[in-house]
Design a binder for this molecule. Structure first.
Ligand code: HEM
Length: 164
């Protein structure tokens, strides 16, 4: 592990947050439960939107209606998952970072984040032209496939953190 990362992780471990998560009764399992709720709120609406991009429910709603309803929920879930994830990690950051699942989790999180940026700055800017079309553009379907795969991978890597 590079020195700068080791220093950052030791700093996180020594913060009052790390102290509290290690020692306050029921704090760790409570954070785990909130982490899972955040993940559900992130992935549930995101996957429903991805399925709409792949053509599911196209007779029921336009892509823009789906986006307006689902994406704000997903963004709240992302904030909750990130905040509780950092809090969980603060208990034992060096142990967590030493897991072979950690680079997978971080890498797939970055891929999922990059995919959101590329989608919103790319094909979604022209959504007015295809929101009600019977087939969505290939770039939108690729973004949906990457999202489904990357978030699923983050969930697997998150579970594996405790085991490998
Ligand atoms: C900054 C972001 C995040 C950090 C630092 C983080 C860190 C952690 C830590 C430390 C654990 C506990 C591992 C253990 O029990 O030993 C965990 C569990 C988990 N994480 Fe994250 N996490 C983050 C975001 C996410 C996101 C966005 C997802 C999914 C979309 C996710 C999925 C999971 C899953 C499925 C578990 C297992 C939960 C359980 O079995 O209780 N994490 N995470």
């Amino acid at each position: 592990m590079p020195d700068w990362l080791d220093t950052q992780l030791r700093w996180l471990q020594a913060t009052p947050l790390g102290d509290a998560v290690r020692s306050a009764p029921f704090m760790y399992p409570t954070l785990e439960a909130l982490h899972i709720l955040g993940i559900a709120l992130l992935v549930g609406p995101a996957f429903a939107f991805d399925l709409r991009l792949l053509g599911g429910g196209r007779r029921l709603m336009s892509v823009t209606t789906a986006a307006r309803h689902l994406l704000p929920l997903s963004h709240v879930g992302l904030v909750v998952a990130l905040a509780t994830g950092v809090a969980l990690m603060s208990a034992q950051p060096i142990v967590v970072a030493g897991s072979s699942a950690a680079p997978w989790k971080l890498g797939l999180l970055l891929l999922a984040g990059l995919n959101i940026l590329v989608f919103h700055r790319g094909v979604y800017r022209r959504v007015g032209q295809w929101a009600k079309a019977s087939a969505t553009p290939i770039a939108a379907r690729v973004a949906a496939g990457v999202s489904l795969t990357a978030w699923t991978g983050v969930i697997f890597a998150g579970r594996f953190l405790a085991y490998i």
